[in-house]
Write a protein that binds this ligand. Structure first.
Ligand code: APR
Length: 232
């Protein structure tokens, strides 16, 4: 076995103290997707959308990577074959743990996107604050939106993802409910192309039947065990 693709979702950051989306206390319990996570919502009420992401960006500074992020970073640095970690998460906990072979398919809280000049750049402050919302490239005010893939928008780097899925030997899905496509369908592509498929989650996901191997428990315990086995 040489080539590994790992898909992660909100469950891997839960033990760091970041809310997942679905289920009790989930982000989508307190907010309607249609109000804060679509291009239409942003066009209708940009202030509300900016405040939702500002609060999540502030929260990033209060949390730390957990044992699951650290284990995946170790896999990244020690795995001799190809590896790609695809995260649906917009937090920066994988990179803060040290992961390098990483791709944010749903964008990043720590990134801004200027609607006026189309450039993307690192972002750490508020976007809701009009005086602070200035594009560092073109200088216009009020044009920077969160660099987040909203419902109805195309995830990033799908070509690279499809390529990696088509020739991986092992596909692992960690901490995701399997409710949102296209990520929910990656297991089927990988399996069709011959990969062994593993699910690591607190509970069976919506696509659990597509996995050859299932490991249920907290990511902070299950991921380090799995990585130890791979690197043994
Ligand atoms: N360890 C492992 N799994 C966990 C843990 C934990 N400590 N805590 C929760 N989980 C599991 C839950 O059981 C659930 O199956 O993580 C999963 C989280 O699912 P979601 O909240 O649906 O998050 P995710 O799958 O990442 O959502 C996908 O939906 O709204 C969009 O764009 C958003 O990227 C997100 C996408």
């Amino acid at each position: 076995m040489r080539n590994i693709v790992v898909l992660t979702g909100a469950g891997i950051s839960a033990e760091s103290g970041l809310a997942t989306f679905r289920g009790p206390d989930g982000l989508w319990e307190g907010h309607r997707v249609e109000d804060v996570a679509t291009p239409e919502a942003f066009a209708r009420d940009p202030g509300l959308v900016q405040q939702f992401y500002d609060a999540r960006r502030v929260r990033l500074g209060e949390v730390e990577p957990n044992a699951a992020h650290v284990a995946l970073a170790r896999l990244d640095s020690e795995w001799p074959g190809e590896l790609l970690i695809i995260t649906q998460n917009v937090d920066d906990l994988h990179e803060r743990a040290g992961a390098k072979r990483l791709l944010h398919m749903h964008g990043e809280l720590a990134s801004g996107w200027c609607l006026a000049c189309s450039s993307r750049f690192p972002w750490s402050g508020s976007m809701a604050d009009g005086a602070g919302n200035q594009c560092p490239r073109c200088g216009l005010f009020g044009q920077v939106r969160p660099d987040i893939v909203w419902f109805g928008e195309m995830p990033y780097e799908m070509d690279r993802i499809e390529e990696a899925l088509s020739h991986c030997d092992l596909f692992a899905s960690i901490g995701t409910s399997g409710a949102v496509y296209p990520a929910a369908g990656f297991v089927q592509t990988a399996r069709y192309c011959g990969a062994h498929t593993v699910e690591i989650n607190l509970e069976p996901s919506q696509g659990s039947l597509f996995f050859d191997e299932r490991r249920y428990g907290p990511a902070g315990e299950e991921v380090p065990k799995w990585v130890d086995e791979l690197l043994a």
